[in-house]
Design a protein. Structure first.
Length: 137
């Protein structure tokens, strides 16, 4: 479409940038407020951009697994089937669907005995369970 026929933006980026500078906009404070307002209370310890989350000091492989449990997005039967890497979404314990949630809290042969908050806080018990887990999430 020719330039002269395009609609003008109601909020051009340059105008927005000037306004934010004039208001002394604090992006980090706005980000924190947005997260605090929308995130579950248990996640609040993870939301400080000025300090690393619990478990950050762990070896990368373990930290990745910890974050997969925290978010519920791991390499489990259900996801591997969804992504086309497997044809069987079932768990070897007999459950019809192997999800990260199932492995972590419901599987009779693998379930962690603690709570979700143990993973958010990276407690020694949660880290030990991740180290001993026989499937790679």
């Amino acid at each position: 479409m020719p330039v002269h026929r395009r609609l003008k933006s109601r909020s051009p980026p340059l105008v927005t940038a000037k306004r934010l500078l004039e208001e002394a906009y604090d992006g980090i404070a706005a980000w924190k407020r947005g997260w605090i307002d929308s995130a579950p209370t248990a996640w609040h310890p993870l939301l400080d951009p000025n300090s690393p989350p619990p478990g950050f000091q762990l070896p990368r492989k373990l930290r990745v697994t910890l974050n997969r449990v925290r978010t519920g997005h791991g390499r489990c039967g259900a996801n591997l089937t969804k992504w086309g890497f497997s044809t069987n979404p079932a768990c070897d314990c007999g459950a019809s669907l192997q999800t990260t949630e199932h492995i972590t809290f419901d599987c009779p042969s693998r379930a962690f005995g603690g709570t979700r908050e143990d993973f958010l806080r990276a407690t020694p018990e949660a880290v030990l369970w991740l180290e001993q887990l026989d499937v790679r999430l």
